[in-house]
Design a protein around this ligand. Structure first.
Ligand SMILES: [Zn+2]
Length: 454
């Protein structure tokens, strides 16, 4: 009996040892079971010129890896290496060897083989082997301008209709010489696009090209020939008066960190610089979208928001602020100021949708309408709103009342027109003849050209 008990103790001890070793192996990072991953998703479009980016990851450590292109038994090795010890993530940038074959068929694939450093598989690593289809595309898109406005003014707008085609087109847009991108909306027929573009007030020169990029990264550009119209903007002096500093500026600078040493001038600078740039940032954020519906026409009626009013401030004015004899700050006025009677009714100048109706710092109660094709109108200093965010409004419908909320000296409407986030000359959009020549005529001309091509 005693002997038997002794044997059982031994057996239990040995079993426990095995179980312990098992648990140790099971839980040990040396024996983990997770297979490494690659971020390649099928299919890959590649022009075999721009570098190909691949990320390899493992939960513990990446080991050896090999990536190659294969087509009908022919292979080109892109990389064959081993990660440094303990490296969990590898971001590879691979270039295709210059004289290697270019795959032409739909059988071509990229083969990714990655091991980790685990000893789980009978003292061998966990391995990933994945095959991803690769499509060789070395042909850039074709791009051309179909019709465009004859000219563009500094601070002004223009229309472009263009064609962009590619088997694997990713995006087509307008790019300016200063690097700004204007998105395009589909035009009447597949392969054609329309966009409004703008020459930013602060830029001295303007140039623009139609740009198209395919999924393989091939890009093509077609310059748009615009006649450049210069425009002269005014310089105005504004004196900072005590009651203005003590009331309006006091009120608008409430979010400023102030102490006993904070002067009225500090407060004014906070409002005119810090707050202004925050408010303008918000405006450019809400006004950058364009639709994705196909466009075949645009408004012919001028964008006039108020009935009888006189212009008391014009677009593009460079304003210098004086405290006594010193210039203490400056700004550009990016809209037109209209004054009429107190709390006058502001009407939607054309059909649109209210995309913003809320306070915005120096702009006071601000309403913004979207009219399609990347065009927005903005209403500042309102005393009240008559249409709320999300409302569809038709031409002539009351949307707000004028007031003096925000940085305003008296009851007036600050009216802005924006093309994809860029403040433009409202004067152009007040002029039915300008709209006809620069927008609707361009659209009609493009339609005729496209119809004529069949
Ligand atoms: Zn204004």
């Amino acid at each position: 009996m005693r002997k038997k008990n002794g044997e059982i103790v031994w057996i239990v001890a040995i079993l426990a040892l095995f179980a312990g070793a098992g648990i140790f192996i099971y839980l040990s990072p040396y024996f983990e079971r997770e297979v490494p991953v690659s971020d390649l998703k099928t299919p890959i479009y590649w022009n075999f010129k721009t570098p190909l980016k691949i990320a390899l990851k493992d939960n513990i450590a990446v080991g050896k890896y090999k990536i190659e292109v294969e087509e009908k038994g022919k292979t080109t090795i892109l990389v064959d290496g081993e990660a440094a010890k303990g490296q969990k993530e590898l971001n590879l940038t691979l270039t295709y060897p210059k004289n290697a074959f270019l795959p032409t068929s739909s059988d071509a694939k990229i083969i990714v083989e990655v091991s980790d450093r685990s000893l789980w598989n009978f003292f061998g690593p966990n391995k990933l082997k994945s095959e991803v289809k690769v499509i060789c595309d070395i042909t850039p898109p074709t791009t051309s301008v179909v019709a465009s406005s004859y000219g563009i003014a500094k601070g002004g707008s223009a229309t472009v209709v263009f064609e962009a085609r590619d088997e694997n087109l990713e995006k087509a847009y307008i790019k300016t010489g200063n690097g700004r991108v204007f998105k395009a909306q589909p035009f009447i027929k597949k392969g054609f696009y329309v966009a409004l573009v703008a020459w930013e007030l602060k830029e001295d020169n303007f140039s623009a090209s139609v740009a198209a990029v395919d999924r393989a990264g091939n890009e093509s550009l077609a310059p748009i020939g615009f006649f450049q119209k210069s425009s002269v903007y005014k310089d105005t002096k504004l004196m900072l008066k005590d009651d203005f500093l003590n009331q309006k500026i006091m009120e608008l600078s409430s979010s400023m960190k102030a102490d006993a040493k904070t002067t009225p001038l500090d407060r004014f600078l906070f409002v005119n610089n810090t707050l202004r740039s925050e408010n303008e940032k918000l405006i450019s954020t809400v006004t950058t979208r364009v639709g994705d519906n196909a466009v075949d026409s645009f408004f012919t009626e001028p964008f006039l928001p108020i009935k009888k009013a006189s212009v008391v401030g014009s677009f593009g004015d460079h304003r210098s602020y004086y405290l006594g004899n010193d210039v203490v700050s400056e700004s550009y006025h990016k809209g037109v100021d209209f004054a009429s009677v107190k709390e006058d009714v502001i009407m939607a100048p054309n059909n649109g949708v209210v995309i913003f109706a809320a306070p915005n710092g120096i702009y006071g109660n601000m309403s913004v309408l979207y009219h399609g094709l990347g065009l927005f109108t903005l209403y500042g200093h309102c005393s009240s709103f008559l249409a709320k965010e999300g409302d569809l409004v038709s031409k002539g419908q009351p949307i707000a009342k004028t007031g003096m909320s925000g940085l305003a000296f008296g009851d007036h409407l600050h009216y802005g027109v924006l093309v994809q986030g860029v403040e433009v000359r409202p004067l152009e959009w007040f002029d039915a003849n300008w709209i006809k020549l620069n927008v609707t005529k361009v659209i009609d001309e493009a339609k005729n050209i496209i119809a004529g091509r069949k």
